[in-house]
Ligand binder design. Structure first.
Ligand code: NAI
Length: 343
């Protein structure tokens, strides 16, 4: 873990780079979409986390029992169970402390994240309905499925309808943007990216990804605004760079699995009572211009404990955020409308 100035200018620990900890706790983590491109390496990392006593691999794919058997041969104490098909959602989610959701279609070349809405909206709606039915009230949902900006509103509306909504427990995973920003700044500054922290604000697609480079710790060694703008674009378009480099064979899966494992580890450490755990996430906002927003949050025993806000932004970042908000509102409305006015 690292110590940094958070957006709220309080010195806090930020994230976790290691997935193995010395403390042993007994958390059940369910991965819905656990047999997919992200799901499998994510499960591999979680199987090595001593905070996870039970890893439930849930997916509709026929390989799911095999993925679970494969993982179960790894010589760590984490118990692994496989759950194939929606009729096993109950077993998969029962007693889960955290339900991670990377279920759904990834992008193909030429697609934006929003193009995934029609295929992924109903998947997310149905998994959330099962979460409401079968997961404990204290369970935390972390949504990886794209478009995250619309999926978090869908999950929230489904949970509201079921009378189970707690905004502290619905988290959209944007950690990959933070991981990418730290990596690129590490390269520019010629330092270990583990030493770098950059909050990324707004949302998780295109212009809604707003890296707060002025808050970068240590400061990014770029002097002119053109270089800063190029770096912002590189962070915003990093997912597309992977998509194109994989030439139609998938999107970011390995770096996403790393990011989700780190995010999960932070949630579990906070659930275990560790103080000052901060991650960025797309959550219910405490601002008047948008109902959901990605920013640093303090994690606690109930998930989101405190929204730390944007901190001070420079002129460029404020103008990027101004452009991001209408797009964000559009994405959020698409998600809410899907639940409120079903097709
Ligand atoms: P994938 O297609 O390899 O895996 C998706 C898995 O979900 C498959 O195994 C499929 O059988 C399963 N699935 C589909 N419907 C399901 C249901 N109703 N219940 C349970 N499982 C179900 O896709 P990949 O590459 O793993 O990506 C998954 C999602 O994550 C995509 O939407 C992608 O856009 C998103 N993603 C999000 C990122 C982020 O930063 N939040 C970064 C990269 C990808």
């Amino acid at each position: 873990s690292r110590t940094v100035k958070s957006g709220a200018a309080v010195t806090l620990q930020y994230g976790s780079k290691t997935f193995s900890t010395t403390s042993h706790n007994h958390f059940k983590v369910t991965v819905a979409g656990g047999s997919g491109g992200i799901g499998q390496p994510l499960c591999l990392l979680l199987k090595q986390n001593s905070l996870v006593s039970h890893l439930a691999v849930y997916d509709i794919s026929k390989i799911t029992p095999g993925v679970a058997v494969d993982l179960s041969h790894i010589d760590t104490a984490t118990r692994v169970t496989g759950h194939k098909g929606v009729d096993q959602a109950c077993e998969a989610m029962k007693d889960a402390d955290v339900v991670l959701i990377p279920a759904g279609m990834p992008r193909k070349p030429g697609m934006t994240r929003d193009d995934l809405f029609s295929s992924n909206a109903s998947i997310l709606r149905d998994i959330t309905a099962d979460f409401a039915k079968y997961a404990p009230e204290k369970s935390i949902m972390a949504i990886i499925t794209n478009p995250v900006n619309s999926m978090v509103p869908i999950a929230s509306e489904v949970l509201k309808k079921a009378g189970k909504y707690d905004p502290r427990r619905v988290l959209g995973v944007t950690t990959l943007d933070i991981v990418r920003a730290a990596t690129f700044v590490g390269q520019i500054n010629c330092i270990d990216p583990a030493e770098v922290t950059v909050p990324v604000l707004g949302g998780h697609s295109g212009v809604t990804i707003v890296p707060a480079l002025s808050q970068c710790q240590p400061p990014v060694k770029l002097c002119n605004e053109e270089d800063i703008k190029r770096l912002i674009k590189k962070i915003q378009e990093a997912g597309t760079a992977v998509l194109n480099a994989k030439a139609g064979g998938g999107t970011a899966t390995l770096s996403m699995a790393y990011a989700a494992a780190r995010f999960t580890c932070s949630i579990l450490r906070a659930l275990a009572g560790e103080a000052n755990i901060v991650e960025c996430a797309f959550v219910k906002a405490n601002r008047c211009d948008t109902p959901y927003f990605a920013c640093p949050i303090l994690l606690g025993r109930n998930g989101l404990e405190k929204n730390l806000g944007t901190g001070n932004l420079n002129e460029l970042e404020s103008s990027l955020l101004k452009k991001a908000i209408p797009e964000l509102l559009k994405n959020i409305k698409t998600g809410e409308d899907f639940v409120m006015k079903p097709q």
